[in-house]
Design a protein around this ligand. Structure first.
Ligand code: E4P
Length: 218
C-alpha cells in the first residue's frame, strides 16, 4: 500500500519526505485554508518536493468550470492529480480530464455505489472517507472492503482505492488489510505508525546488556 500525506503544510511534507516513506500528497480547500498561503504557489512547491501524485482540488461546481480549473491545476506539474467532488458534474469533468491524460482523484466518497460510478468515469483514484463515516457511528472500513470487492469483480475498473479521512494507526493497518491501494494519512498519524512500547523497551535492554560486554562493533 502506498502512503500519501494529507496536508498542505510544506514543512511537514519536507520532514516526511526525509523518511523515504512518502509516495504522494493530498490537499483539499480546508487544508489550503489551514496552510494560509496561495494555493497555486503551495501546490507548485509540493509537486517539486514529491515525485508521486499531488492532489489539488477544484472549487468550481459546474462541469465546464471544473474542467477549466482542473486543466490549470494540472498544468502546474506533471504529477498533479486533479481532485473532483463526487457529483454528476464532477464525474463528467473526471471523464474529460482523464481523457486529456490527467490523473483524477474523485473525492468525498461515502458509498460503494458512488465508488462504482467514479471508476466507470475513469477516475485514477477514489477517496472513500473512513473517519467521517466512523464519526457518524458507521463502519468506514466496511466501505473500503466493499469497494475492493466491487473493483475486483470487474477487470475494466482500474481505479485505485485511496483510503481518506484516516484518523488512527489502526485505520492505516485496517485499510491495508482491506486492500486499499493507498492511504492518505495526516502527518501525526504517519509518524505514530512506528511506535510500540515493546520496541523501545526491547532496545533499552539490548543496549544495556551490550554495554556490560565492553565490546564495540567499529
Ligand atoms: C482526502 O483527500 C481528504 O483531504 C481528507 O482525508 C479528509 O480528512 P478529514 O475527514 O480528516 O478532513
Amino acid at each position: 500500500m502506498q502512503f500519501f500525506v494529507d496536508t498542505a503544510d510544506v514543512s511537514e511534507i519536507e520532514a516526511l519526505a526525509d523518511t523515504g516513506m512518502l509516495d504522494g500528497v493530498t490537499t483539499n480547500p480546508s487544508l489550503i485554508m489551514k496552510a494560509g498561503r496561495p494555493m497555486l504557489e503551495v501546490i507548485a512547491e509540493i509537486a517539486k518536493l514529491v515525485d508521486g501524485p499531488v492532489s489539488a482540488e477544484v472549487t468550481a461546481t459546474e462541469k465546464d468550470a471544473m474542467i477549466a480549473e482542473g486543466r490549470k491545476l494540472a498544468a502546474i506539474a506533471p504529477n498533479i492529480a486533479v481532485k473532483l467532488p463526487l457529483t454528476w458534474d464532477g464525474l463528467k469533468a473526471c471523464r474529460a480530464l482523464t481523457g486529456d491524460g490527467h490523473m483524477v482523484n474523485v473525492t468525498l466518497c461515502f458509498s460503494a455505489a458512488q465508488a462504482l460510478l467514479a471508476a466507470k468515469a475513469g477516475a485514477t483514484f477514489i477517496s472513500p472517507f473512513v473517519g467521517r463515516l466512523d464519526d457518524l457511528g458507521l463502519d468506514g472500513m466496511k466501505l473500503i472492503e466493499d469497494i475492493r470487492a466491487i473493483y475486483d469483480n470487474d477487470d475494466d475498473l482500474q481505479t485505485e482505492i485511496l483510503a481518506a479521512s484516516i484518523r488512527t494507526v489502526n485505520h492505516v493497518q485496517a485499510a491495508a488489510i482491506a486492500g486499499a491501494d493507498v492511504a492518505t494519512i495526516p502527518p501525526g498519524i504517519l509518524l505514530k505508525l512506528i511506535e510500540h512500547p515493546l520496541t523501545n523497551k526491547g532496545l533499552e535492554t539490548f543496549l544495556a546488556d551490550w554495554k556490560t560486554t565492553g565490546q564495540s562493533i567499529l
